[in-house]
Each structure stands twice: as structure tokens, then as C-alpha cells.
Design a protein around this ligand. Structure first.
Ligand SMILES: Nc1nc2c(ncn2[C@@H]2O[C@H](COP(=O)(O)OP(=O)(O)OP(=O)(O)O)[C@@H](O)[C@H]2O)c(=O)[nH]1
Ligand SMILES: [Mg+2]
Length: 397
């Protein structure tokens, strides 16, 4: 089964490129530890998922590229073509002359309806190339204008047109500081809209990945390209084929279905995160040894203590001994309480919702940028309410 990837905005397109490049490199790795035949089966399985028929021997990514300005799309297309190993389809991109200027409302209410038909047609063309569709993987930032606003609009459309196919959105949580002032409002709108129309939200925080680049990969001047390579590596580890119960040479067939069956057991809990080990520069890798048991132990503790990386794991945090702790135990023993990981991200932001940062007074200063394009104060209130509900559900887990 295949996945159609939709890359939206600067962030979505730049990450999308790195993801396809990582998937291709991994499945064509020259020093495989397995037999030639096994390698071929693995390659074929990866190809079925992410690449369509070859053109002159070069596989074509099952992807649609969308941005409202041409620069990033042109760069992305030419980087792929220059790789000589894989490329994007000739008729797989849609771009215009002017972006959304970090305005979610412009992406959602103006670009969305205006270009709906053209973008949906491109997606349909890509779907028709699949023998069997597993679903959609939609890559976008949470805080910009095009990826977030138009991305939310297109995801809603996919839900309407392909209600039986799974949709997973990869969303990039903006840096905590130093970016555009309206990023919090854009993020609230993105999250609440995707919560209604997507099946799973895979969240990556730029701050956390930046730290991985600095501390684990030893990169001095970190660029988006470095960050995106770490992200792509993590995504590859999730999407590449794994053995089915039938044993070697048999890979699982439904990449998104199998992930969601295990990770999204209830539609209220659809926020996902990835923990990945080992993560280090190629140079350090050569001097390291690992055991499977050791890796699992670290990974498990990272999950429990909500560490984003292997360094600095808090070994004091423990899961509850059995089932849910009673309320009394929670308050007495707060620092030892089991940490629900990705939910924390929303819960922390959830608390901020009540503080000055996202307070209604501040919102008033910027609301005109949204009302100009049809997003009213009431839409914000609906979004706040929906997210508060999500926070409450996670708190009650
Ligand atoms: N990880 C990562 N984040 C990015 C990248 N490019 C932009 N971002 C983040 O994405 C957010 C801005 O969104 P963009 O994707 O640039 O915006 P856009 O979708 O192109 O929308 P407009 O430019 O407003 O039309 C900020 O939070 C950036 O930190 C990237 O290549 N990688
Ligand atoms: Mg842009």
C-alpha cells in the first residue's frame, strides 16, 4: 500500500525533501547486513510506499508540493533532480507568486478556497497512481501562514473527499522565542482545526530538535537543513517497512493503518511524538557499541520522563506501580508521578492559555489581522474550547 505525501509551505517542502531523501538512502544503503535478496524485498516494499514508477530508471516521489511562493518549491525540485537518485513528478507542484505572510487566516480563507480545485486535482492524480492507498501524510508548520492555514484547509478537504483514507499530519511546533508575534494564534487555529479533520498529529518541536543537533550531533551552526535531517531520520524509522508476523521477506503492508491501530486507540488522543535512539554524528557512531536491551531501557525511560534525547534522562521518574494512582497519591507524590509525554506539550500550553500570553486582551491587538480574512473572535473561542477539552481529556488519562 502507498502513502501520498502533501508538502505545504516552506517548512513542509523543506522537510518533505529530506524525508524522501532519507527514505531513498536508507533503502539503497550499500552496506546492508542482510542478503541481497532480502535487501531487494525491503527496497521494493519501501518503493511501493513512497515512490511511483520510474522515469529513465529514477523513482518518482508520491508527493504533491504546495506553496504560495515559488522560491522554496523551485529549490526543492532542483535539489531532488540534482540528487540523480529520485525526483518529484513533473506535474506534482502548485505554487503562486505571493505567500500568506504568516497569516493563518489568509492561508485558510483566501488561498484555500481560491486554489482548492487545482490542489485537490493534483492530489487526485497522485492517488490514482497508487494500486492501493494507505492514506495521506501531510507535512506543514504550525505557525506560518500557508503551511498552517492552507494545510488545515486541505486536510479538511481530504477528510471530506477521502473519508475512508487515513490522514496523518506532521506539524512543526515553532521555536518558543524569536519568531513571529502571531505564532501562538496561528498555532491554536492549526491545532484545533486539525484535531477535527486529521486522524493523527505527529508533533515535532523545533526547540527540541535544535537541541539534539547541538548536543548529540555536535553541529555548531545549526541550519534548518540540519534540523530537517534529524527529523527525516526519525520519520524514516517510523515509516520504513517492518517484518510482518509471517517472518523474513514479508513486510507489513499498510504503513499508516498499522501505526494508527497501535498509536491512536481513541480519536480524542491523537497527538503523537517520536523518541529515537541512538542519535549521534557518524564519527561518534564508529566508536560506540549498543545492546538491544540497553537501548530499550533508555528509550523506555525517555518516554516515562519525557526526555526528548538520550542525554540528561531523569532516572528518578517512575511509572505508577499498578494502574492509575488514586488522587491522594498524585498530590502526595507529584514529582514521582508518571509523565504522559506528548500530552505534556498540550497540558503546558494549555496552562499558558489562561495566562497573559494568549489572553483575550493580547488577542484584541492582533485580531484585526484575522477578521480581515473572515476568522472572527468566535472562531478563536471555539478553538480555545476545543483545545481545553483535549487538555482535560489528557489530564484525565
Ligand atoms: N523544522 C523546520 N521548521 C521550519 C522550516 N522552515 C520554516 N520552519 C518553521 O515554520 C514556521 C514558519 O512557517 P513557514 O513554513 O516558513 O511558513 P509558510 O507555510 O511558508 O507560510 P507563509 O510564508 O506565511 O506563506 C516557523 O515556526 C519556522 O520555525 C524548516 O525547514 N524546518
Ligand atoms: Mg513561506
Amino acid at each position: 500500500m502507498s502513502i501520498v505525501t502533501v508538502q505545504l509551505g516552506q517548512c513542509g517542502n523543506q522537510i518533505g525533501f529530506e524525508v524522501f531523501d532519507a527514505l531513498y538512502s536508507d533503502s539503497h544503503c550499500p552496506q546492508g547486513l542482510c542478503s541481497k535478496r532480502e535487501n531487494e524485498v525491503y527496497q521494493a516494499s519501501c518503493k511501493e510506499r513512497f515512490f511511483s514508477e520510474e522515469e529513465n530508471g529514477v523513482p518518482i516521489a508520491r508527493a504533491v508540493l504546495v506553496d504560495m511562493e515559488p522560491k522554496v518549491i523551485n529549490q526543492t525540485l532542483s535539489k531532488a533532480a540534482q540528487s540523480g537518485r529520485w525526483k518529484y513528478g513533473q506535474h506534482s507542484c502548485f505554487c503562486q507568486k505571493q505567500g500568506s505572510g504568516n497569516n493563518w487566516a489568509y492561508g485558510y480563507s483566501v488561498h484555500g478556497p481560491r486554489h482548492e480545485e487545482s490542489i485537490m486535482n493534483l492530489i487526485q492524480n497522485e492517488v490514482e497512481k497508487c494500486d492501493c492507498l494507505s492514506g495521506f501524510f501531510i507535512i506543514m508548520s504550525m505557525a506560518g501562514g500557508t503551511g498552517s492555514g492552507l494545510g488545515a484547509f486541505i486536510t479538511q478537504n481530504l477528510q471530506d473527499h477521502y473519508s475512508n483514507s487515513l490522514k496523518m499530519n506532521q506539524i512543526i511546533w515553532p521555536y518558543g522565542t524569536g519568531e513571529v508575534i502571531v505564532q501562538n494564534y496561528n498555532s491554536i487555529l492549526t491545532l484545533s482545526h486539525l484535531y477535527r479533520s486529521s486522524d493523527a498529529l505527529l508533533v515535532h518541536e523545533n526547540d527540541a530538535v535544535h537541541k539534539i543537533c547541538a548536543k548529540l550531533m555536535n553541529i555548531k551552526q545549526i541550519s534548518f537543513s540540519d534540523i530537517n535531517q534529524v527529523l527525516a531520520h526519525q520519520l524514516g524509522s517510523v515509516f520504513q517497512p517492518t517484518y510482518s508476523m509471517e517472518g523474513s521477506y514479508h513486510y507489513r503492508r499498510n504503513p499508516l493503518g498499522e501505526l494508527m491501530e497501535n498509536l491512536v486507540p481513541h480519536p480524542e488522543f491523537k497527538m503523537l511524538g517520536i523518541r529515537n535512539i541512538p542519535q549521534m554524528s557518524e564519527n561518534s557512531l564508529a566508536y560506540s557499541t549498543f545492546t538491544w536491551a540497553g537501548l530499550l531501557k533508555h528509550l523506555r525511560q525517555m518516554l516515562i520522563s519525557n526526555s526528548k534525547m538520550e542525554e540528561g534522562i531523569d532516572w528518578q521518574v517512575r511509572p505508577p506501580l499498578s494502574g492509575l494512582p488514586t488522587l491522594g497519591k498524585v498530590s502526595l507524590n507529584r514529582e514521582l508521578h508518571f509523565n504522559t509525554s506528548i500530552a505534556n506539550l498540550v497540558i503546558l500550553r494549555g496552562k499558558d492559555v489562561h495566562s497573559a500570553d494568549l489572553g483575550k486582551q493580547k488577542l484584541r491587538a492582533y485580531i484585526h489581522q484575522y477578521t480581515k480574512f473572515g476568522i472572527e473572535e468566535e472562531d478563536f473561542l471555539d478553538s480555545f474550547t476545543l483545545l481545553e477539552q483535549v487538555v482535560a481529556s489528557y489530564c484525565n488519562l
